[in-house]
Structures are given as C-alpha cells and as structure tokens.
Design a protein around this ligand. Structure first.
Ligand SMILES: *Cc1c(COP(=O)(O)O)cnc(C)c1O
Length: 358
C-alpha cells in the first residue's frame, strides 16, 4: 500500500528499524541525557532558543491541546480562537469542556484569515489567541506574521497547535512570537503516534508557574514536567521507543542538509503534485496551503467513495469527515514518498475516474 495520509504518515525504514532495540531503563542517567539531547535538537528545529522550555507528553496531539488549556489559561484570561475547520473546532470543544469563556472567529473551510477578519477583534481585551497553524482538515495555512502582529498589538499570548506544520512549513517559534507551540510524533516527525511535545516561551513558563490554581489534571501538570525535564526525565513513564524513532528521524533530517532542505523537499513534492493535478483537470483550492497536503475538490463524484476505490488499487489517501467528506479528499506529502509516487497516484486516480465518472 502506498500511503499518502496526513498522519501517521509512511515511515522511513531506518526509523522503523529502531523498534528492534531493547527498551532503555528510563530512570537512568543514560536515558536522561538521551532525552535531553532530543529535546534540545527539537527546540532548535522549532526555533526556540531558550533552554529547558520543551517537555514531552505521552499522548496524541489532542491530549497536548487539552493540557495547554488546563495549564495556561487562568480565570482572568479572555480567550480568542481561530476556528477555520475541524481542528479549530476542537480547540472550541476543549475550551467549552473546561468551562473557559472564549470567542471564536469562525471561517468557512476555504476562507482565509486576513487583516480584515481580525480588525473587529482589536482592543477587545483578549489576552490569549488559540490557533492551528495548519488547519489540517483542509490544508489551510494561516499567516504566522499576521497572527504575530495581531497578538503583539493587543498584548496577547499566542498558543499554536503546529501538529501538522512542524518540520513541514517554514516558521520559527521565537521569531513568530509564539508563546506555546505543540506538535506530535506522527505528523511532520514521521514517527509512530503516541508522543507529543510542548514548547513554551519564557513568559509562558512564568505564567504557568505563577498560576494560582493548580490545573485540574494530575497526569499533565506542566510544573512537574518542567521540574523533571532539567534531568531529562518525566514524572511518568515516557514513550521510550518513540524517542528512539525521533532520534533516528532527526539524524535523517540532519543528513538531508537540515530543516530548510528537509522542508524544501516536502514543498517540492507538494508543488509537483499540485501542478500535475491541475494540469490533469483536478481542482486544487486556491487558499494558501501547508506543504502537508493537497486538498482536491470533487463536484461530480463522492470524494469519500473515491478514496475507497483508490485503496482497492493500493493507494491510501486521506478522506475528510463531516460536511467535507463528499467534496474533498486530501493527499499527504509528508513521509516516505517520492515525487514519482505522486504521479503514480494521479495515474491511478485518472483510471478510477475513467471507470466511474460518466
Ligand atoms: C492531527 C491533528 C490533531 C490531532 O491529533 P491526534 O494526534 O489525533 O490527537 C490536532 N491538530 C491538528 C492541526 C492536527 O493535524
């Protein structure tokens, strides 16, 4: 099966191979140093220069999102959310679940965030902005400079779910004024699912430590993680095997020439696919897109049924949920695929279309 999903993605053989290793005992100096080394390499890839401001969590991305709310939001905060699809909606659902008062900027699935959209939210007393840098449900990429300026002008903290953007789209945490960035192992990192990371700015770290109320989560209380991470430790058992995978993955990225080259190679795959798909008559929406995936718009055949037919031919692309399931499918560009694989996929898509679309 050729995998064009948006996470977990097709893994690299060298990364899969580390699963054969023995599990290192984690309460050891050796593991602590190993973990610290990974966190420090991840921090520099993320563009966060401050030390010991990244922690690992043993959960998928949504767990990391939930933990960010519990650890960072105080009762006096006024929260604003960019809700431009399924993952923006997830921020809203989580905030609602945790009884946080918030307002959301609701965008249609293909509607871009612009200066114009943000204008009515200036000087309204908001203290925090929650956003998904890439709204993976449609591949819509928000403008990080726009978000940065908005937050700076309004004295707001910027909380970013970069789950499908880290190591896929070019952004730097510090330079983009982000106060919390979270990502997980199974998207841009191309590893197994199950591990997430939280990186915070110095001022966010201070906010977390000075919060009067302790978060209502025991397992995900950041203060304990920050105290432990000084020794490369976590309060509870870490995902040792995924850390092995990440170590190997970071070696691959380094060997390829580093972060810039790595991202460029994904961008190249995405651009080649988009150009060829458009040339063959497929509709690629025009909003600004993450390199993570290409959305393809269907009007004459169910996009969801199309993904099933492709799977029968050995190609796994990503269907959409909810209101988009009939009209949109997503082709992932991250992971162990080549430009040629993308062209082969288009050949298979053409064949399916010839058979089913009258
Ligand atoms: C995948 C994804 C998530 C959810 O992650 P899980 O690992 O399924 O919990 C959240 N936000 C974005 C932007 C994603 O792409």
């Amino acid at each position: 099966m050729k995998i064009f999903t948006c996470g977990p993605v097709a893994m690299f053989p060298a990364v899969q191979k580390v699963r054969e290793r023995d599990v290192l005992y984690f309460r050891s100096k050796e593991y602590g140093q190993f973990a610290q080394n990974i966190l420090s390499r991840l921090s520099s890839l993320l563009g966060n220069c401050e030390k010991q401001t990244m922690i690992p969590l043993a959960c998928s991305g949504t767990g990391a999102m939930e933990s960010a709310i519990e650890n960072c939001v105080s009762p006096e905060d006024r929260v604003l959310v960019i809700n431009g699809g399924g993952f923006g909606q997830r921020w809203c659902d989580l905030l609602k679940f945790h009884n946080v008062c918030f307002e959301s900027i609701n965008l249609k699935w293909d509607e871009e965030l612009s200066e114009e959209t943000l204008k009515p939210y200036f000087d309204r007393g908001f203290t925090m902005l929650f956003v998904n840098l890439d709204e993976t449900t449609s591949g819509k990429l928000y403008n990080s400079a726009l978000l940065h300026n908005f937050c700076k002008d309004n004295g707001m903290m910027l909380v970013v779910d970069a789950i499908s953007s880290f190591l896929v789209d070019d952004f730097e945490m510090d330079k983009s004024g982000m106060d919390l960035v979270l990502f997980s192992s199974q998207k841009g990192l191309c590893c197994s699912p199950g591990c997430s990371f939280i990186s915070v700015s110095q001022r966010m770290k201070e906010k977390i430590f000075s919060k009067k109320s302790y978060p209502s989560t025991f397992y995900f209380s950041y203060r304990d993680y920050f105290n432990n991470v000084i020794r490369g430790q976590t309060p509870f058992t870490p995902t040792v095997m995924i850390m092995y995978e990440i170590d190997q993955m970071l070696n691959l990225i380094k060997k390829s020439g580093g972060k810039k080259e790595w991202i460029k190679s994904i961008e190249k795959k995405a651009t080649a696919f988009r150009n060829e798909a458009s040339a063959r008559g497929y509709t690629v929406p025009s909003y600004s897109k993450s390199n993570m995936l290409t959305p393809l718009l269907f009007s004459d055949f169910s996009a969801f049924d199309f993904t099933l037919l492709l799977r029968k031919r050995g190609y796994c692309v990503t269907p959409c949920g909810g209101e988009l399931s009939e009209i949109l499918l997503r082709v992932g560009h991250c992971g162990n695929t080549t430009e040629k694989d993308g062209i082969d996929l288009l050949d298979a898509m053409d064949e399916v279309r010839r058979e089913v679309v009258k």
